[in-house]
Write a protein that binds this ligand. Structure first.
Ligand code: SAM
Ligand code: SF4
Length: 498
C-alpha cells in the first residue's frame, strides 16, 4: 500500500527553480530554435558527395559537427554515400573505443510518478499500473541477483518523479547497492558504478547525489520540439516545464557531476529534428562547460499499457531510419558513448553495434522488483513498456565474442578521476583506450572465471588471448605488469586495475 501522508502538492510546488536556468537564456530564448532547425534541415536538402566527404573527414578527426553538417548527413539518400557514412562511423568507434563494449542493467526502484507523459506506462493516468517503491531490503535482494548471479558491475537505477522517491530515497538506495557484497565462487562481487535516470533536480540535490557516488546522471529530453513537448506533457505537471528539463545537465555540471547522459525518445516527433536537437545539446554543453555528453541514448517508443500515444504516434521511426540516425549521431558527436537498450530486437542491437554503439544492457528486467521476484515473464502492469530482447548477459557476451568484441566491466576511470573534461580529452585523442584496453582484459577475465559456463569461457579466452598478443606487441613496456595482474586474477584476486 502506498502511504498517503506526504504533502505531494507542496513538494511539487517548490521543485522548479527558474533562476537555475533563466541565467542561460539568451534574449529570453533557450538554445533550441525550432524554426532554425527546420530551416537548416531544408537548406541542406541535397548535399553533394564532396561536401559529405569533407564532413566525414572532420568526424574522423573526432570533432563535433555543426548543425549544418549534421543536417547534410541526415539528408543523404545515395546508397553509396550512406555505406561510406556507416563505414566511417565504425572507424570512429574503433578509433575511440577500439573493440570494447560495455554492459549494464537497468534497475527500476519505483514507479510512483506525479507526471502524466502520454507515452509512458508509469504515468498518473494509468490507473491500472501496480505501484511499488522498493524497500532497502528489496533493493539489496535485487542487487544480490544482479551482482552475484548475473555478474553485472554497472547499474542504471531508474525512478519515477515522486516525493517518496526523492533525493533522500535515491541516496539511501544508491548506498545500499554499493554496500552489497554478493557471494560468488571466488569470494564476492559487487556493483562498482551506479548511474541514475531520474527526473530533473535542482543543483543542491544534484550535489547530494554526487556525494553519494553517482556515476552518470541521465535525463532524456524526450522531444526537443517545443510544441510536441507541450502536447505530450500535460500542463500542471512538473515535467511540463521544457526548460527545467532542457537545462538539467547544465545544473548537473555546475554541481560537479562530470558524466552526463542526454537522450531523445524517438517516435514522439520527426527523427531528423530530434537528432539536430541532440547535437545542439552536445554543442551547448561543450560551449558552456568544455564537456560534452558522456553518453547519448536514442530509445525508440515502445508499446506501453494505457499509453495510447505509443500506438497513435505518426512519428514512429522505421528500422532503416533508425540505423541512419545511429550513424549520424556517431559521426556528429564522435567522442560520446552511445547506448542501445533491450527495447530493441537482437538483430537491431547487432546492427547498431556495427554502426557505433558502445554500451548496452543485458539480462534486462524492468518490472519493479523483477530480478529477485518474478518469473521472468514480462508483466505489463509492472513494466513501463515491453522489451524487444530479453537475452541473458552470458548470451550477449558470447555473441559479442563471436563478433570480435570484448566486454569490458571496467569502472576504473571513474574511480581514479578519468571523468569529465579529462576523459573527453583522452577520448578525443584516442589515449583513453590505453587504460581501457588493459582493464577490459582484467575485468573480462574476472567475469569469465566468476560467471561464465564452459562454452562462453572458451570463446571468451580466445578473445582475451588475441588482446594479450596485441598488447605484447603494441605496449611492450606495460605488458609484464598486465600479466602480473592477470595471473593474480586467475588465482582469485579481484578488482585490480590500471
Ligand atoms: N521519470 C524519469 C523521467 O521521466 O525522466 C525517469 C524514468 S523514465 C522511466 C526513463 C525514460 O523512459 C524516459 O526518459 C523515456 O524516454 C523512456 N520511456 C518512457 N516511456 C517509454 C516508452 N513507451 N517506450 C520507450 N521508452 C519510454
Ligand atoms: Fe513518470 Fe518518467 Fe514515465 Fe513520465 S516518463 S510518466 S516522468 S516515469
Amino acid at each position: 500500500m502506498i502511504k498517503k501522508s506526504i504533502d505531494v502538492k507542496n513538494w511539487a510546488k517548490n521543485r522548479i527553480k527558474k533562476n537555475e536556468f533563466e541565467k542561460y537564456l539568451v534574449n529570453g530564448k533557450d538554445f533550441i530554435d525550432d524554426n532554425e532547425i527546420i530551416k537548416t534541415l531544408k537548406a541542406n536538402n541535397h548535399p553533394g558527395p564532396e561536401k559529405i566527404k569533407n564532413i566525414l573527414a572532420k568526424s574522423l578527426a573526432i570533432e563535433t559537427l555543426t548543425l549544418d553538417e549534421t543536417a547534410a548527413l541526415l539528408n543523404v539518400t545515395d546508397t553509396g554515400l550512406l555505406r561510406e557514412m556507416e563505414k566511417t562511423a565504425l572507424q570512429i568507434k574503433k578509433k575511440v573505443y577500439d573493440n570494447r563494449i560495455v554492459t549494464f542493467a537497468p534497475l527500476y526502484l519505483s514507479n510512483l510518478c506525479l507526471n502524466d507523459c502520454l507515452y509512458c506506462g508509469f504515468r498518473q493516468g494509468n490507473k491500472e499500473a501496480k505501484r511499488k517503491i522498493l524497500s532497502l531490503e528489496e533493493v539489496r535482494k535485487e542487487t544480490e541477483v544482479l551482482a552475484g548471479k548475473i555478474g553485472h558491475k554497472r547499474l542504471i537505477v531508474v525512478y519515477g518523479e515522486h516525493p517518496r522517491a526523492d533525493v533522500r530515497y535515491m541516496v539511501k538506495t544508491i548506498k545500499e547497492i554499493y554496500k552489497v557484497k554478493a557471494k560468488t565462487k571466488h569470494g564476492f562481487s559487487r556493483i562498482r558504478r551506479v548511474n541514475v535516470n531520474a527526473a530533473p533536480m535542482p543543483v543542491n540535490e544534484l550535489k547530494i547525489l554526487k556525494r553519494a557516488g553517482l556515476g552518470t546522471y541521465q535525463v532524456f529530453q524526450e522531444t526537443y520540439h517545443h510544441d510536441t513537448y507541450a502536447t505530450l506533457h500535460p500542463r500542471g505537471t512538473l515535467k511540463s516545464d521544457y526548460r527545467w528539463r532542457l537545462y538539467t545537465m547544465h545544473r548537473a555540471l555546475e554541481a560537479g557531476i562530470d558524466d552526463v547522459g542526454i537522450g531523445a525518445l524517438f517516435g514522439l516527433y520527426d527523427w531528423k529534428f530530434e537528432v539536430m536537437g541532440l547535437v545542439a545539446h552536445a554543442r551547448e554543453l561543450e560551449k558552456q562547460f568544455g564537456i560534452g555528453p558522456h553518453t547519448i541514448s536514442f530509445p525508440r517508443l515502445e508499446p506501453a499499457a494505457n499509453a495510447p500515444y505509443t500506438i497513435d504516434s505518426r512519428h514512429k521511426v522505421s528500422d532503416r531510419n533508425f540505423e541512419k540516425l545511429i550513424t549520424v549521431i556517431r559521426l556528429s558527436v564522435p567522442y560520446t558513448g552511445m547506448i542501445i537498450t533491450a527495447r530493441e530486437t537482437p538483430q537491431m542491437r547487432r546492427r547498431s553495434i556495427q554502426l557505433g554503439v558502445t554500451q548496452t544492457d543485458a539480462s534486462t528486467r524492468i518490472g519493479i522488483g523483477a530480478y529477485s521476484g518474478s518469473s521472468g515473464k514480462q508483466e505489463t502492469k509492472r513494466q513501463q513498456f515491453l522489451l524487444g530482447d530479453t537475452r541473458s548477459l552470458e548470451e550477449l557476451i558470447a555473441e559479442f565474442c563471436r563478433m570480435g568484441y570484448i566486454t569490458s566491466f571496467c569502472t576504473a576511470g571513474y574511480r581514479c578521476g578519468r571523468t569529465g573534461e579529462c576523459i573527453m580529452d583522452l577520448l578525443k585523442t584516442g589515449q583513453e583506450g590505453k587504460f581501457c584496453k588493459l582493464n577490459a582484459i582484467l575485468t573480462f577475465r574476472e567475469w569469465l572465471d566468476d560467471f561464465a559456463g564452459p562454452a562462453t569461457k572458451k570463446i571468451g579466452e580466445k578473445v582475451i588471448n588475441r588482446e594479450l598478443a596485441e598488447i605484447k606487441e603494441k605496449m611492450p613496456k606495460i605488458y609484464p605488469k598486465l600479466i602480473e595482474y592477470y595471473e593474480k586474477i586467475k588465482k582469485g584476486e579481484r578488482d585490480l586495475y590500471f
